[in-house]
Design a protein around this ligand. Sequence first.
Ligand SMILES: [Zn+2]
Length: 248
Amino acid sequence: MKLLVFLFALLMGFLPQESLDSASANMQNTCVSKEFLLGKTHYEQDSTFVLISSEHTVLRKPNNYIKKETYEAFKKMYEAARQDGVHLVITSASRNFWVQRYIWEQKWKASKTADKKQRALEILKYNSMCGTSRHHWGTELDFNSPKLEFWNSERGKKTYKWLCENAHKYGFYQPYTAKSPNGRNRGYNEEKWHWSYAPLSAEYTRQYKLLIKPSDLKGFLGDDLVEELDIIGNYVFGIAQPNRSLLL
Ligand SMILES: [Zn+2]
């Protein structure tokens, strides 16, 4: 019966835009490929991604693409923040497998730590192994600065307080929270700048659990440590979970 009412409302154009957005996101979520989850996506060729306007980001192509739904939600949040005197600037959005591999391997080669396991753990404080970054999905945004100095400044504290109080209204939450004995985040360090669009990212996390195995993570320096460091368990699933009210 609910479905009939929904279809009737859809036909008559009675549904509010939010419901239509949710419905289309639901439909897209039903077919997620392994390649997509691993970041093997060329965003400029994927019609579900859009370019972020220069008024919202300092990024240039090819890193300034984002899922349409994430961007629509961000724009509403941006405007609400602006009205409260908080300026949100996107400093990181989508990075595919190959961009992430470049970042990872640059850090790997530059590291002075001889022990490979220790080297990986140091890089993993703030960076992902290729194929495990949430930034692959077009659902993640970093705001303003990845430097702790900013987030400890007055402006940074005001920005973070605003995000904590308001981001959930637009579907965003902070997956990499402070670590604590009972905390859910057991992988990366806290990232106050990193916010995730939960209506999509929670679904991709669920699909990742179903489809991706450690043997799928290969093709980069240090990939022999994937199982030993339980990269999937600690860094893909060892994160704070979104409040259920954010999910579709
Ligand atoms: Zn991030």
